[in-house]
Design a protein around this ligand. Structure first.
Ligand SMILES: Nc1ncnc2c1ncn2[C@@H]1O[C@H](COP(=O)(O)OP(=O)(O)OP(=O)(O)O)[C@@H](O)[C@H]1O
Ligand SMILES: [Mg+2]
Length: 387
């Protein structure tokens, strides 16, 4: 048995990392500028599985042999500001080899009340500082602990959207901006890179407007056909396995160039290799069902179960149509609905099942979801597909 070189889940580096030269160059440019005393900050945003976490990991790998650079990746979790402070401090002290007792002493003497894991909280009678000042002080202490003359501290905050639903922490970016501007003025070379879901930049822009001006937005696009081919061919060549060109094209089409889906499809194909170590369209047919079942269990089943009977009529119409995009009037005429489709379409968009690419036009979330719906009739009860 050959070990499958592809990944079934998100959040891990692929065995072969493809493309993203533009993003990596931008990150490196910001790093150089930060080192020269002109810090920059970036927000990478994009669809689920587009490769945000992997890009952060790849960037960390690429800068790991440079002198005076200290990078810490902080996967954010829901919580209030105290939780975020604690998370940043824990991650930094773990990753940057900072003497923790000494470090806590310094931070606590700043009057910031941070709960320590284990329950003891060194609270002081000093009034609570504003979050911007707290961040500034914490980052200042961390920076000053770094063991070189002109260090660059790179903070990689992964999954900003997790803390953006809360009213308090929603303002995180404008708060971080205030802190970073102060720190940068004091000559602390700190660069911040954050990632977030696709809608995050619009959310921020709506609510905070000019408050996000120090953050450069960078939308992560799907991979090109050539990049998908490279991501698949490089690892399988080493194992003397080959995928037919037709299969590569299908993977590209079905995944919409999204690395997460590409990896799951390639993983499933690899599980089906024939005795000649090849994957042809015959193996691909079996592999696509395998991939759909992985995704059914993880997301499609739950997604589908959230739809109402009326909404399902629209989903079925979209799944069965040979067109990707359907118009409002086509849906109205053909879906056999009991009411006007507008409210149903809006609800399907909110539930993240369909997308409205332009006015009066609708399509399914992605091609794999379409294939899932096409196969659904096979087993309505379990929401899974029979082999
Ligand atoms: N450039 C790339 N080349 C090849 N595979 C990649 C690339 N980027 C990401 N992947 C793979 O795609 C999958 C999804 O990547 P990743 O977890 O980085 O996405 P994400 O945008 O962080 O996802 P999420 O929205 O769930 O946080 C992972 O299995 C990863 O190994
Ligand atoms: Mg991620």
């Amino acid at each position: 048995m050959k070990t499958n070189p592809f990944r079934k889940r998100t959040g891990i580096l692929p065995s072969y990392f493809t493309g993203r030269e533009k993003e990596l160059n931008e990150l490196k440019e910001i790093y150089h500028s930060t080192k020269m005393g002109v810090p920059g900050h970036l927000i990478l945003y994009g669809l689920k599985g587009i490769g945000k976490t992997s890009l952060l990991l790849k960037f960390q790998e690429e800068i790991s042999n440079l002198d005076d650079v200290y990078s810490v990746r902080i996967p954010l979790i829901e919580g209030n500001f105290d939780d975020i402070y604690a998370l940043i401090i824990e991650k930094c002290s773990d990753n940057l080899d900072i003497n923790i007792s000494h470090f806590w002493e310094k931070i606590n003497s700043l009057g910031i009340n941070i709960p320590i894991i284990g329950g003891i909280s060194l609270s002081r009678e000093i009034p609570k500082t504003s979050p911007a000042v707290a961040f500034e002080k914490i980052l200042n202490v961390i920076y000053d602990e770094l063991d070189s003359d002109n260090p660059v501290l790179i903070l990689l905050l992964d999954d900003l959207q997790r803390i953006m639903s809360n009213d308090e922490t929603m303002k995180i970016l404008s708060i971080l901006q205030n802190a970073l501007v102060e720190l940068n003025l004091k000559g602390k070379n700190i660069m911040l890179v954050a990632t977030g879901s696709e809608d995050i930049f619009y959310k921020i822009q709506d609510k905070l407007d000019s408050a996000v001006r120090i953050f450069e937005p960078c939308l992560m696009e799907p991979l090109s056909y050539n990049e998908v081919c490279e991501a698949i061919n490089v690892p399988i060549k080493k194992l003397n396995v080959g995928f037919e060109e037709e299969v590569l094209k299908e993977i590209y089409e079905l995944s919409n160039g999204i690395p997460y889906y590409m990896q799951i499809l390639a993983y499933s194909c690899f599980e089906e290799i024939n005795e000649n170590n090849k994957v042809t369209m015959v193996e691909f047919e079996k592999a696509s069902i395998r991939a759909l079942n992985i995704l059914a269990q993880r997301e499609f089943k739950v997604l589908f179960s959230k739809s109402t009977t009326e909404e399902r009529k629209i989903l079925c119409l979209m799944a069965e149509s040979s067109e990707t995009i359907l118009s409002y009037s086509y849906i109205k005429e053909n879906a056999n609905l009991n009411s006007e489709p507008s409210a149903l379409l809006k609800s399907l968009i909110n539930k993240n099942m369909i997308i409205k690419p332009s006015r009066g036009k609708y399509k399914l979330k992605n091609n794999l979801f379409k294939l899932y719906l096409q196969n659904l009739r096979i087993n309505q009860e379990t929401g899974l597909i029979n082999y």
